[in-house]
Design a protein around this ligand. Structure first.
Ligand SMILES: [Zn+2]
Ligand SMILES: [Zn+2]
Length: 451
């Protein structure tokens, strides 16, 4: 079969197109991706595919193939000379398509479209020791002011006497025959379909030392275990304005182990709920209850103790009537912001801050709050008793000339309820507009009932 047909591309296909198609097909026919019965067939197909790819991706080979029908040129034999497939599963990469290419190929899948072409050969992943995670509770005050957390951590480090070898420094040794003194073997590990990783694994015979020692030369300090414990105080600095759930990472500060990279120490801080303040981004929110009189007359009071200990005293503007749903906004009284200040002239020492929003909750007086009827009368004399908005007046006032006396029904048996107690609305809609409504014209004006 023609190489172009195998790769399902035009004879004019670009290198990029060939790569793309190969990737797609290679995934489909990869022997690890099919079930037991189909494996032989898939393996043959995959081999054929890789063979074709190897030729068409190489400019010289492709040229030869186009001209002479084989990759080697006029004297070459048809279809031979490729051993790359076997290289995936062991053996040396004599034909230039070794494990590294395979690695590169699959790991390029998730990246840019032609990751294969642009990525450099990967370094084998060195195993890491476990990351150490620490979780601490902090207060909103801590996040406001910043805090240094000191904690004692005990970890394994390489034995300081033998530098993690486990044997005396000048002990007699010979080169390990299994790894030729390298101490490591490169292994390809499969983590799932299409996920391949190279790992350097410690040679089992010499345990990564590359050398073989006599057992009587074991290090006196670690007794051959190669590690010792170290206890140290670590400092983690939580910056002003940090957010709950963030982490501070000390890279490579976790356990040390021979032949392994040290993992990280990660300290995650979680903020406990605050009694007064709630945080949203860099802004703070709090609720503050005022009386109906304060709503009308304004107030001047200490409303909160801020996170830095200051008392916040608020005086509302003279004559200002506060309304249900109003917030009082205090600029720059929120959390320190990690965002850079927008204005060029502000010095770097003055950190930008969010705002503080105080939600006003109104406490209405109890029923029968007045002591004498006179209190009510004086109130009626002071406060406006008429609606002030002209539209509201027009909407609610029913012209007297379209009402007969007999049509006025006195209802005293009323129930005062509230939103929470209303009947729950059902999904379906009652049909009919205006049904059961008091007649109201489309112009929003009250109408007299017909007839
Ligand atoms: Zn070895
Ligand atoms: Zn030692």
């Amino acid at each position: 079969m023609d190489y172009y047909e195998i790769l399902e591309v035009e004879t004019s296909a670009t290198t990029a197109e060939i790569k793309k198609s190969y990737r797609k097909l290679a995934l489909r026919y990869h022997p690890d991706k099919v079930n037991e019965e189909g494996r032989d067939e898939a393996e043959a197909k995959f081999k054929e595919l890789t063979n074709a790819y190897e030729v068409l991706i190489d400019e010289t080979k492709r040229h030869n193939y186009d001209l002479y029908g084989n990759a080697e040129g006029p004297n070459g034999d048809n279809g031979g000379g490729y051993g790359g497939y076997d290289d995936f599963y062991g053996g040396g990469g004599a034909n230039g398509f070794g494990p590294e290419d395979f690695y590169r190929f699959f790991n390029g899948m998730g990246g840019d479209e032609y990751g294969y072409a642009s990525s450099s050969p990967p370094k084998p992943a060195v195993p890491r020791t476990d990351d150490a995670t620490i979780e601490v509770d902090v207060t909103l005050e801590d996040l406001f002011k910043g805090k240094v957390i000191k904690t004692t951590i005990t970890r394994d480090i390489l034995c300081t006497l033998c530098d993690g070898v486990g044997y005396k420094k000048n002990a007699i040794n010979k080169q390990c025959p299994d790894c030729d003194g390298k101490g490591v073997e490169i292994k390809i590990k499969r983590y799932g379909p299409g996920i391949i990783r190279q790992e350097s694994v410690n040679c089992t015979k010499c345990e990564g030392r590359g050398k073989i020692y006599r057992s009587k030369d074991k290090c006196k300090k670690c007794l051959g275990s190669r590690v010792q414990e170290e206890t140290k105080i670590y400092e983690f600095e939580i910056k002003k304005g940090a957010h709950s759930g963030e982490s501070i990472v000390l890279e490579g500060a976790s356990d040390q182990a021979p032949g392994k990279q040290s993992g990280d120490i990660r300290l995650t801080y979680n903020c406990k709920p605050h009694d007064s303040f709630q945080r949203k981004g860099d802004d703070l929110y709090m609720k503050y209850k005022i009386t109906l009189v304060e709503l009308l007359s304004g107030f001047s009071k200490i409303v909160a103790k801020h996170l830095d200990g200051r008392a916040l005293k608020i005086t509302t503007p003279k004559g200002k009537v506060l309304r249900p749903g109003d917030f009082i906004k205090l600029k720059n009284e929120g959390m320190p912001s990690k965002k850079k200040s927008a204005s060029w002239f502000s010095s770097s020492s003055s950190q930008k801050r969010g705002d503080l929003y105080i939600e006003l909750e109104i406490e209405f007086p109890q029923d029968n709050w007045y002591l004498e009827k006179n209190d009510l009368v004086s109130l009626l004399n002071i406060l406006p008793t008429k609606l002030q908005n002209k539209l509201d007046i027009e909407k609610q006032e029913i012209p007297s000339d379209c009402l007969e006396d007999a049509n006025v029904e006195d209802i005293s048996d009323i129930i005062i309820t509230n939103k929470q107690l209303l009947p729950q609305e059902k999904e379906h809609h009652e049909n009919g507009h205006g049904h059961g409504h008091r007649g109201q014209g489309s112009n929003g004006q009250p109408e007299c009932p017909q007839q």
